[in-house]
Design a protein around this ligand. Structure first.
Ligand code: 0X9
Ligand code: ZN
Length: 323
C-alpha cells in the first residue's frame, strides 16, 4: 500500500509502476509491465496488467489522455496499488476472472508540459509545422503545438465538436488517427487478438459516468445495458463518500464531439461496455469544490481514488454474470 499525496511527474510514475510490479511475486505472473508505444517526444506509454493466471477475460482502462486533468492519472495509480494488494491476497477476487490492463498516462508529453510549463495544457505535444498534404487538402501548417487526442480517433472523425485549427484546444489533427498516442492505443486494442469486455477512460472533471456516442446524439443499440451497468458503478461509488455522478450518453449529457477514444473503442474496437468517467470535482457551481475545476488539490487523490476504485470494482463484478 502506497500513499499518494502528490501528483507525480512522469519519471515518478515510471518508478511507481516498477515498484508496484515488483511488489507481486514474479513467479506467479500476477502482473506484467510493458510499453504500448512511444510518444512524439519519445516517452514510453507504460501499461500494467494485473490478474491471476486463471483470468480469461480482459478489461482495459486508461488515464491521462488530457494533460491538465491531473486527478486522472493519480486515480489510475491509486487503483493499480489497490488491485495489486488484491492480487497478492489469497481471497477470491475479480482478478481470478479478469486481467485488468491499465495505462495510467496515455499522454505523457502533454502531462510533463502541463506540470512544468503550462498548467492548463490539454493536447499532446506534436508539432503542426508540417501539416501539408493532410486530410483536408489544404494547408494547416502552424506554429501552434499539439493535437487533442480525444478528437483524433478515426470514427466519425471531425463530424462534430472538433476543430481544424491547430491553435484550437480541440484540434482534431491533420487526419484521423494521426497521433502516435492514438495509434498506440488502437494497436494495443486490436493486436491483442483477445476479447475485451470493457474499456474505461478516465478524465476530469464534472462527475459523469458516460457512455457512447459522443459524435452525435444517437444512442447505441445496447445503450440500456450500458446505462444499467453505469448505474451499478456510480451507485457503489456514491456509497463511499456521497459523491454524485450523472449518467448518460456523451453527446446528450455533455456536448456532441467526434474523435473520442470511447467512440472508437465501441465503434471500431467493438468493445461492448465503453465509458468515459469524468472524475471530481462536480461542474455544478452550487458544489463547494466546483471552482477547483482541473486544479483539484492533491488531498483529493485519496477520496477520489477510494470511491472510484469501489465504483469500478462493483461495475466489474456486475459483468461477471453477463455475457
Ligand atoms: O471533451 C472531451 O474530450 C471529454 N471531456 S473533457 O472535459 N475531459 O475534455 C468528454 C469526452 C466524451 N466522449 C466523447 N465526446 N466521445
Ligand atoms: Zn479530458
Amino acid at each position: 500500500p502506497h500513499h499518494l499525496t502528490d501528483y507525480l511527474t512522469y519519471e515518478q510514475i515510471v518508478q511507481f509502476l516498477n515498484k508496484q510490479h515488483n511488489r507481486s511475486p514474479s513467479s506467479k505472473n500476477f502482473t506484467s509491465l510493458f510499453s504500448i508505444g512511444n510518444t512524439y517526444e519519445n516517452r514510453s506509454i507504460w501499461t500494467i496488467r494485473i490478474g491471476k493466471p486463471s483470468a480469461r477475460r480482459n478489461i482495459l482502462m486508461d488515464c491521462g489522455i488530457h494533460a491538465r486533468e491531473f486527478i486522472s492519472p493519480a486515480t489510475c495509480l491509486y487503483m493499480i496499488d489497490k488491485l495489486i494488494d488484491e492480487v497478492n491476497n489469497r481471497k477470491v477476487s475479480i482478478l481470478s476472472i479478469f486481467n485488468i490492463y491499465i495505462i495510467p498516462l496515455l499522454n505523457p508529453d502533454g502531462y510533463e508540459y502541463a506540470q512544468t510549463e503550462r498548467r492548463m495544457w490539454r493536447k499532446n505535444r506534436s508539432p503542426n509545422n508540417n501539416n501539408n498534404n493532410n486530410y483536408y487538402y489544404y494547408n494547416t501548417n502552424s506554429n501552434c503545438m499539439g493535437v487533442d487526442l480525444n478528437r483524433n480517433f478515426g470514427y466519425h472523425w471531425m463530424e462534430n465538436g472538433a476543430s481544424t485549427n491547430p491553435c484550437s484546444e480541440t484540434y482534431a489533427g491533420p487526419k484521423p488517427d494521426s497521433e502516435l498516442e492514438t495509434q498506440s492505443l488502437q494497436k494495443f486494442i486490436k493486436k491483442s487478438s483477445q476479447h475485451w469486455d470493457a474499456y474505461l477512460t478516465f478524465h476530469s472533471y464534472g462527475q459523469y459516468w458516460i457512455y457512447p456516442w459522443g459524435f452525435a446524439l444517437y444512442m447505441p443499440d445496447d445503450y440500456i445495458e450500458l446505462k444499467n451497468k453505469a448505474q451499478i458503478g456510480s451507485e457503489a461509488l456514491k456509497r463511499v463518500n456521497g459523491t454524485l455522478y450523472k449518467i448518460g450518453s456523451a453527446a446528450n449529457l455533455l456536448y456532441e464531439s467526434a474523435g473520442g477514444s470511447d467512440d472508437w473503442a465501441k465503434g471500431v474496437g467493438k468493445i461492448k461496455y465503453v465509458y468515459t468517467v469524468e472524475l471530481r470535482p462536480s461542474d455544478d457551481m452550487n458544489d463547494a469544490h466546483a471552482h477547483f475545476a482541473f486544479m483539484l488539490p492533491s488531498t483529493f487523490i485519496e477520496p477520489v481514488g477510494q470511491e472510484t476504485y469501489v465504483g469500478v470494482k462493483e461495475f466489474l463484478r456486475s459483468l461477471i454474470t453477463s455475457r
